[in-house]
Ligand binder design. Structure first.
Ligand code: DSN
Length: 427
């Protein structure tokens, strides 16, 4: 099998130092739980395309309009990727070249607004992304961001405050309204955002970085019929190679293409574009909707188990792959940084995350963010997710007891052994 070839292949012979680091990482991915909400396990086919000869090729431009010769095959590869992306999202056009979700957002903002224009987006400390106006990011430096937040905590609370979105939009008259988040566990309905953007004459950008796989799996509403532009990443719930993309309705495709190249990027990573095509092909198969549904069922099972252990769920639960917990309900002295470190020693990989109205600074935080996409790919179901909730709580309780955490890592390793990730046999 292809997977077996890699540990003893050319890399092992030519560069044992890097080969052994890759082997270490492969082992880490096999024996620990991958619960970072923005990660997944790409298939062996996706990994093979990513490691292909297309890495050798320069292809600035687009199919049929390249600045270099020798692109007949690359053109066909990129055309396959674009066509599959259009089909997946029901879009009129697609750009599959952005190297990341951040680049996709940069291209969208450059195409939809001028530097200095006002842009409306979700606050970063309430779930928004770096590219939604962080002062240290290009977005916050080039555009004038105004932020909406979540409704107050409480029954049915910590949801996107659509009244605030509408009020701010009427007052600030933004050029662009952004919907989408990086740490928000609920569905984001594109329809009310579209209505607000239309009322104030703004463009509507939906950032589907996290939920793209749920959208194409039919679990999350598809923003394409509502938004002017939809950006996404290919490596999170969509389960492809690391990268980004942009899709939309007719009209803005040329402006987005120009913003990606030559506006923002040089030569596209055509080996990654090929891998995107493979991942889109996988997502077009009927079984992908079953995967997407299981991702959400698993996140709910994990959320339920964590709540039973006394961890408050931000917004009371989840509709997606993502769970955000407030550690203060579990132990007011426990912060996100300490919790993340203890979990990692126990073989549970997740990230600390700010929660709404977090009293602690962003590098410390009072929350943890979990995601179910990767371990669902590995074959885990609700039963395992419930058990993982218990393991998390035990690790947090034992956070100062190194031996107990090491013992837990053994238990975690045994669980992971039963669910090897696809592709984890490769470098
Ligand atoms: N940092 C990614 C995430 O974890 O959500 C988004 O860029």
């Amino acid at each position: 099998m292809t997977e077996q070839r890699w540990p003893d292949g050319p890399l092992r012979r030519e560069d044992p130092e890097v080969a052994s680091l890759l082997a270490e990482e492969r082992a880490r991915q096999r024996r620990t739980l991958q619960l970072i909400a923005s990660e997944n396990f790409a298939s062996p086919a996706v990994l093979e395309a990513t490691g292909s000869v297309l890495t050798n090729k320069y292809a600035e431009g687009y199919p049929g309009r390249r600045y270099y010769g020798g692109n007949a095959v690359v053109d066909r590869v990129e055309e396959v990727a674009r066509a599959r992306a259009r089909r997946l999202f029901g879009a009129d056009w697609a750009n599959v070249q952005p190297h990341s979700g951040s680049n996709a957002n940069a291209a969208a903002l450059l195409a939809l607004a001028k530097p200095g224009d006002t842009v409306l987006a979700l606050r970063l400390d309430q779930g928004g992304h770096l590219t939604h106006g962080s002062p240290v990011n290009f977005s916050g430096r080039l555009f004038r961001f105004v932020h909406y937040g979540l409704t107050p905590a409480g029954d049915g609370g910590e949801r996107i405050d659509l009244d605030a979105v509408a009020d701010l939009a009427r007052r600030e008259r933004p050029a662009v309204v952004i919907a989408g988040a990086t740490a928000y566990p609920r569905v984001i309905d594109p329809a009310p955002f579209a209505a607000i953007a239309e009322e104030v004459g703004a463009r509507f950008l939906f950032d589907a970085a996290h939920v793209a796989g749920l959208v194409v799996g039919g679990i999350h509403p598809n923003p394409v019929p509502y938004a002017d532009v939809v950006t996404f990443t290919t490596h999170k719930t969509l389960r492809g190679p690391r990268g980004g993309g942009v899709v939309g309705r007719a009209g803005l495709g040329e402006a987005i293409d120009r913003a990606v190249f030559p506006g923002l990027q040089g030569g596209p990573l055509e080996h990654v574009v090929a891998a995107k095509a493979v991942a889109f092909g996988e997502a077009l198969r009927p079984d992908f909707s079953g995967y997407a549904a299981q991702v959400v069922a698993n996140a709910r099972a994990l959320a339920g188990a964590l709540a039973e252990e006394g961890l408050r769920l931000v917004s009371g639960g989840t509709d997606t792959h993502l769970v955000l917990v407030d550690l203060r309900s579990f132990d007011p002295d426990l912060d996100g940084r300490v919790a993340q470190t203890a979990l990692e020693r126990a073989g549970i990989v997740a990230n600390r995350n700010a929660i709404p109205a977090d009293p602690r600074p962003p590098f410390v935080t009072s929350g943890l963010r979990f995601g179910s996409a990767a371990e669902t790919t590995a074959g885990m179901g609700e039963e395992e997710m419930g058990a993982i909730g218990g393991l998390i709580a035990r690790a947090l309780r034992a956070r100062e007891d190194g031996r107990a955490l090491d013992a837990l890592a053994g238990e975690v390793g045994q669980l992971c052994e039963k669910f090897p990730p696809p592709g984890a046999g490769r470098g």
